[in-house]
Design a protein around this ligand. Structure first.
Ligand SMILES: [Zn+2]
Ligand SMILES: [Zn+2]
Length: 303
């Protein structure tokens, strides 16, 4: 039987950053491959999907992949125009992502390849392209089952819950965790005591929902773009501070957390420091969470 694994092909947020100071962590934008017995699910199509596409075109026996998109911000789709399997006739590419209709999803992907932005359009894709009805609540690929939920990020953005090889993997590339808490706390003094109590209750309810979404996950891949200093100036931009993410994962009893969607401003040394701070938080809370920095090329054995 073929092996089952998860591999990070792109771990960067916002824009590709192939700078000499960033190569230990990696410069490609969001893309994760999950493979179980030759069945392949790809989470997001940032520049990381380009080397993945080259590998699949050379090696895949099934020639059939499912690409699930969290949303259509450029860093999550900009690898698609260079995804080689889409240009090969005997391939089948299945897309799923947020949207009201298949037409809307198709348009979101077509438009980045239209003139004057790109020399050829998606009509040059020779593969069999299949758009999955966006109202489907559960999707699957062989033994891999996928569901999704809404997260806090501008526009409609999904987090994906993926059951593969008896593991629960949660992929949340872009999300401002504890968004309500952060927004309310900042303005709390402006409200009456009654309003403050109401907001506190709303806040608790919201956090319960957030915890439930990731509760007990074996593997959580989560946006950790900002340091506490960055977050002060970028509140409401739709990304998380790593301190909040580590606490969130501990509260939800997640087993392994992979910090993801790294800020291109942060070089390898800066991300090493983030890693150390995260270990401190875990020790101070006496928690059993295992926390890692997602790095390009890193592979997790799912067996
Ligand atoms: Zn992003
Ligand atoms: Zn985004």
């Amino acid at each position: 039987m073929a092996k089952s694994y998860l591999r990070f092909w792109g771990v960067r947020g916002s824009y590709a950053s192939p700078f000499p100071t960033h190569l230990k962590v990696g410069g490609n934008t969001s893309c994760v491959e999950i493979s179980v017995d030759e069945h392949t699910v790809i989470c997001d199509a940032g520049t990381g999907i380009i080397p993945l596409g080259n590998k699949l075109a050379a090696e895949s026996k099934t020639k059939d992949v499912l690409i699930v998109l969290t949303h259509y911000h450029w860093d999550h789709i900009c690898g698609l125009p260079f995804f080689v399997p889409a240009f090969i006739p005997d391939w089948k590419i299945n897309f799923f992502g947020p949207g009201e209709s298949i037409q809307e999803i198709k348009q979101n992907l077509d438009s980045q390849m239209q003139a004057p932005y790109f020399p050829v359009g998606t009509e040059t894709w020779m593969a069999n392209i299949n758009y999955i009805e966006p109202r489907e609540t559960k999707i699957s690929r062989g033994p891999i089952d996928i569901s999704y939920y809404g997260v806090h990020h501008p526009g409609i953005t999904y987090g994906y819950k993926i059951k593969a090889a008896n593991k629960t993997i949660i992929y949340v590339s872009d999300n401002e965790c504890q968004f309500l808490d952060k927004s309310i706390k900042q303005k709390m003094t402006e409200f009456s005591e009654e309003e403050q109590q109401m907001f506190e209750a709303m806040n608790r309810e919201e956090y319960e929902y957030e915890l439930e979404s990731i509760q007990g996950a074996d593997i959580l891949i989560h946006d950790a773009q900002y340091t506490p200093e960055d977050y002060e100036t970028k509140r409401g931009w739709g990304h998380s501070c790593y301190v909040d993410v580590v606490n969130y994962a501990i509260d939800a009893k997640v087993k392994e957390l992979y910090l993801y969607h790294h800020d291109p401003y942060n070089d390898d040394d800066a991300i090493d420091k983030i890693y150390e701070k995260c270990q401190e938080i875990i020790q101070n809370r006496n928690a059993s969470l295992k926390c890692f920095i997602a790095r390009e090329g890193m592979e997790i054995d799912l067996e």
